[in-house]
Design a protein around this ligand. Structure first.
Ligand SMILES: Nc1ncnc2c1ncn2[C@@H]1O[C@H](COP(=O)(O)OP(=O)(O)OP(=O)(O)O)[C@@H](O)[C@H]1O
Ligand SMILES: [Mg+2]
Length: 208
């Protein structure tokens, strides 16, 4: 039993890839639809609540996940307590998760949470976002929905600085490949942010 709970699979209905959810939705398409709806509501809520006082700290980051997906998942807003991997990538070991997260957000705090980039060259802002995005991807603190919440997080920071939400499709017009973001994420694992930087740079556009 303890071995079973050490496995990420305990969040899925037996023999499926459908995460156990509060609405007991067993159909993947329906679940994805629900997730899309909640994410959209999350975007609206956090966008509406952005202000000069918003602090993009760890509490805020976790709140993005909790508030957005709490209707659906028990693990919303909670950091994982099992080791997980995707493909050949193993994300931050559980025993280092909390301290690594604190470190990332301490560094972010030292940069005033990237709140001072509205008048800086886009390249500088993109470089910073790519760096912290890579850090958070390698951290992968939640059991699921890391990618979407990390993107939501930086979309709020982008908005704060007078940019539109980052357009992740824009990079595809420059370079072909439907998995650019995943490929860039894999590179992040070895500390190579150059692909992520290109994606962010292409996707950043000042709001009118
Ligand atoms: N092989 C890999 N190595 C490193 N990082 C990966 C790999 N595959 C995916 N990722 C990263 O993990 C994220 C997916 O994590 P997770 O499934 O928790 O989030 P999600 O929101 O459900 O997914 P998605 O980002 O695809 O919408 C991707 O967005 C990408 O950044
Ligand atoms: Mg996922």
């Amino acid at each position: 039993m303890s071995e079973y709970t050490q496995d990420k699979n305990y969040i899925y209905y037996e023999n499926t890839n459908i995460p156990i959810n509060k609405l007991n939705i067993r159909n993947l398409q329906k679940l994805e639809e629900e997730e899309r709806k909640l994410l959209l509501e999350g975007y609206e809520y956090f966008h509406k609540n952005l202000s000069e006082e918003t602090v993009f700290d760890e509490t805020y980051f976790r709140e993005l996940h909790r508030k957005t997906f709490n209707k659906l998942y028990d693990f919303a807003g909670k950091y994982r307590n099992v080791n997980i991997s995707k493909g050949y990538s193993t994300f931050c070991q559980v025993r280092f998760l909390e301290q690594t997260s604190k470190e990332i957000f301490r560094n972010l705090a030292e940069e005033n949470y990237l709140k001072d980039y509205s008048d800086n060259p886009k390249e500088e802002f993109a470089k910073k976002i790519a760096y912290y995005m890579c850090e958070l991807i390698a951290l992968h603190p939640f059991l699921e929905l890391n990618g979407r919440i990390i993107r939501l997080f930086f979309d709020m920071i982008a908005t704060y600085n007078g940019y539109e939400y980052i357009d992740y499709q824009a990079a595809l017009k420059i370079k072909d490949g439907d998995n650019l973001f995943i490929q860039a994420s894999i590179d992040c694992m070895t500390g190579n942010e150059s692909q992520m930087y290109q994606i962010i740079l292409n996707g950043l556009k000042k709001a009118e």
